[in-house]
Structure formats: structure tokens, C-alpha cells
Design a binder for this molecule. Structure first.
Ligand SMILES: *Cc1c(COP(=O)(O)O)cnc(C)c1O
Length: 453
């Protein structure tokens, strides 16, 4: 059995610019709308919440956006991240497929998220901001921003989804070690949180609720900006270092993916790996199939509606056109907390609508089965979210076996699961359950979508 092989790039091959897929889309993205006026929002509407740098990137149509040197300097600590050919996994599956994975778990927070956290914190410092408020699901985003905040001397305030706050105390300890403050959400610290607790004192929380709380805090103070770890164009943009490196590493492997697989919560790790490849396809340079994997109990791409909706449960954000289950829908709890979001990045949604991305959904237990198979062969324990990408890749690999075809499969191993051992304990003891979502709740949430002319 061949050992798995690692393709490593030199530090000077860290990309010098992020890749903006908007430049290659056949039509411009749908505008972001103001819920009150029904008109497109302008930079001034967003200025209380975001830095000017982030806002300009959010609306940019330039293909390349330079990565500031101080950000590249920090990237150097773990980038370029490795890309592996998974020979041992191929042997374990007895598949003719050639399986590759890009591993983002080598970052100090253990996932892809510092790629954007460092950039966002840098721009805040440049613009004289003192504090950043944010939400976190499973804790990876809060950890990443806590880390970036300590690099740039910023105070970080994190609203952590209640169910994860209880499930993942080590993530909270991580954030606090880097000096961040962490509250369970919903909390009594905001009007939105108080209202939700009044209606449902046992609320497990959701990303949509935690976003509302963080936005409320940022909107109240001039020295505070809000930061989002996924969904928005500028966040996806910052992640494109992943795919640009992967293109170069596939060259070193003397191969090119026939299919690329990523898991989708808000869409950022998926976009990071796939957008540079999809750009090549849109420019008619090289073809590729792209598969998005979401959890079966939070299926925004496969069961949601492509429509304007709020980004948060408290309906404080502008309206974006995306695949959504409705902003009032609270997804059932699962260990893949990073995938429990009612919506999806507008750019990923648009690419699904254009037929450039094939969405699929799998349940938590089948994803853990895949993750454990992967771990035994490759020696890395994936994050519960990343198990969804592993599952998608295994499905493709088994298809190759059935068809007797050798295709190249590339997936994003977007994070490790070493803070998620409770999930693996539940899995081993047979306690990991699939909690289906309530279809009537989604129907109700979708019936309440805002109307946009
Ligand atoms: C946050 C997170 C996700 C979900 O967010 P995306 O924006 O969809 O990438 C997935 N995997 C890991 C490891 C995460 O930390």
C-alpha cells in the first residue's frame, strides 16, 4: 500500500492577491436591498457595521484584489497549507479514483477561518477600530477572530450559539485565552436576545440569532465593527488563497480534479477551494464538476428557496438574495454547528442557480461514518463539518469504483476535529442521532420571507 503524499509549496508561493469570482460571472450578483426602503443599499448604509475596506471588497468586480503584506506575513505561519494525495484512503476504499485533499486544519485555530479573520482584523486596525463583535457557531470562527484580534491588539466580543457553548467548553477556553469575551446566545445583553429568551427560555440558539446580537452591539458603538466569518462576498474572497494554492499543487501532482467537493454552512470554505477552479471553467480554460455538501437537517441549497431574505433571525441585516430556509427557522441541533445556518452565501447560491454547482445533502451519522473511515486511513480526525465534505468525496470515489473509472477527486478538509471529541464520543457510543428538521417550520419560515419588488 502506497503512503499518502504531501504536495508542499514554498512560502513565496502564498498568493499575492485574492481572486474575485464576480469578475467572471455571466451576470452581476443581485443587489443587496435595504429592508425599509426596498432600494439597493450603498456603502454608507453598511459603514456603521463594516470597515470601508470590507465594504469596497464586498461590491468589487475586479478580478484580483491585493493581499496586504502584513496579512501575508501572518499567513506565512501556516500557509501555503498542504495538499495530500490520499493513497491510503484509496486503498482502503479499493477505488480507482485519485483522491486529493487540501488541509486547512494546519492553521493555529484549526480551520480555514483565520484566512479571513486575519484580513478583517487587519482592516479594523488600519481604520482605527478598537473592538469587534461577532457570532460563532461551533466556536471555530470565534477562535479565529480571537486569535486575529490578539495579533492586532483588538478587543473581541463573541456571541456563541447556546448549544455549542454547552457542548464545546474548550472552544470557549481557547477564545478567552486569547483575550476574547464570550457570551452564550441568546443572551440577556441585547434587546434581540431578551426577546427570544422571553418567547423561549430554553432556546438552543442559532447562528441567525447570534448574528442579530452581534450586529446590535456593533450598531450601538462607534469604536466597534461587526465581523462575519462566512456568507459575505469579502469573506469568500479572503478564502480564495486556498483554491489558488490548490491549483498550483495539482500542477505539482501533474493532475487536475474532475470533481471538487466542499461542505457548505455559509459557503466560505467551499468558495475558497472551488472559486478559483470555477473561474477557470467560466473563462473556458478547464472544465470541472463542483459538488456542495450540506447537512440533511439544514438543507438550504437542496430544500430552500432562492429569494431575498434577512441574514439574521432578528431581521436587522439588509436583504440578500440567497438559498434560504427562512430567517426565522432554527435548525435542529447537531455536532456540525458551523453548518447550522438558515441561508447560504449569495455567490454560492447564484452559482447553484446557474448550474455551476451541484448541491447534495447527507445526514450527520453517514458523514461521521465517512469521517472515521478517512481518519483511520489518513490519520487526521476531521471536524464534524468537514465530515460532510469527506462523505461527498467518498460517494464520488465509490461511483468511480462502480463505473470502473479513475477520476481525480479533490475535497476541502477545512478543519480538524480535535476540539470536537464529544461528538466522536457520542459517535462511538452509538449516541449520535439524526434530528430531522420540521418541514412545517421551514414552510412557515418561508411563508414569512420579506417581499422585494
Ligand atoms: C465554520 C466552519 C464551516 C462552515 O462555514 P463555511 O463558511 O461554510 O465554510 C465548515 N467547516 C469548518 C471546519 C468550519 O470551521
Amino acid at each position: 500500500m502506497a503512503d499518502s503524499v504531501k504536495f508542499i509549496l514554498d512560502e513565496n508561493e502564498i498568493p499575492k492577491a485574492w481572486y474575485n469570482i464576480v469578475s467572471d460571472l455571466p451576470e452581476p450578483p443581485a443587489p443587496v436591498m435595504h429592508p425599509g426602503t426596498g432600494q439597493p443599499v450603498g456603502p454608507d448604509d453598511l459603514a456603521p457595521l463594516f470597515t470601508m475596506a470590507a465594504i469596497m471588497q464586498e461590491v468589487s468586480a475586479e478580478r484580483q484584489i491585493d493581499i496586504p503584506e502584513p496579512v501575508r506575513d501572518i499567513y506565512r505561519q501556516w500557509r501555503p497549507s498542504p495538499l495530500y494525495r490520499a493513497y491510503r484512503l484509496e486503498a482502503a476504499l479499493d477505488t480507482p479514483a485519485r483522491i486529493y485533499y487540501k488541509y486547512e486544519g494546519v492553521s493555529p485555530a484549526g480551520s480555514h477561518k483565520p484566512n479571513t479573520a486575519v484580513a478583517q482584523a487587519f482592516y479594523c486596525r488600519e481604520e482605527g477600530i478598537k473592538r469587534i463583535s461577532t457570532e460563532t457557531g461551533a466556536g471555530q470562527w470565534g477562535s479565529s477572530l480571537a486569535l486575529a484580534g490578539s495579533f492586532f491588539g483588538l478587543e473581541i466580543e463573541v456571541f456563541m450559539v447556546r448549544v455549542s457553548y454547552d457542548q464545546k467548553p474548550y472552544r470557549r477556553a481557547f477564545m478567552e485565552t486569547f483575550g476574547a469575551t464570550c457570551h452564550p446566545s441568546p443572551s440577556n445583553l441585547t434587546e434581540v436576545g431578551k426577546k427570544i429568551l422571553a418567547d423561549n427560555p430554553d432556546s438552543t440558539g442559532s447562528l441567525g440569532i447570534a448574528i442579530s446580537e452581534a450586529v446590535e452591539v456593533a450598531a450601538q458603538r462607534d469604536d466597534t465593527k461587526y465581523s462575519l466569518g462566512s456568507v459575505l462576498n469579502h469573506v469568500l474572497l479572503h478564502q480564495t488563497v486556498v483554491g489558488q494554492e490548490a491549483i498550483r499543487q495539482m500542477e505539482l501532482a501533474d493532475d487536475y480534479p474532475d470533481v471538487i467537493v466542499g461542505c457548505t454552512g455559509g459557503g466560505s470554505n467551499f468558495a475558497g477551494l472551488t472559486f478559483p477552479f470555477i473561474g477557470r471553467k467560466l473563462r473556458a480554460e478547464q472544465d470541472v464538476r463542483v459538488v456542495a455538501v450540506e447537512p440533511a437537517n439544514c438543507p438550504s441549497l437542496t430544500k430552500g428557496k432562492y429569494a431575498y431574505d434577512f441574514g439574521d433571525t432578528g431581521q436587522m441585516t439588509p436583504l440578500v438574495k440567497m438559498h434560504t430556509l427562512g430567517s426565522s427557522f432554527v435548525p435542529p441541533s447537531s455536532h456540525a454547528g458551523g453548518l447550522r445556518y438558515h441561508g447560504m452565501a449569495p455567490l454560492v447560491s447564484q452559482l447553484v442557480d446557474l448550474g455551476q454547482v451541484e448541491p447534495t445533502a447527507y445526514s450527520q451519522t453517514e458523514c461521521f461514518d465517512a469521517g472515521v473511515t478517512f481518519a483511520k486511513a489518513e490519520g487526521i480526525l476531521p471536524a464534524p463539518e468537514a465530515n460532510h465534505a469527506v462523505k461527498g468525496a467518498l460517494v464520488e470515489a465509490m461511483r468511480c469504483k462502480e463505473e470502473g473509472e479513475s477520476r481525480a477527486i479533490l475535497f476541502n478538509l477545512c478543519g480538524h476535529g480535535y476540539f470536537d471529541m464529544q461528538a466522536y464520543m457520542d459517535y462511538s457510543s452509538g449516541k449520535l442521532a439524526d434530528h430531522p428538521y420540521d418541514e412545517s417550520e421551514v414552510a412557515m419560515a418561508l411563508a414569512g420571507l420579506p417581499s422585494v419588488a
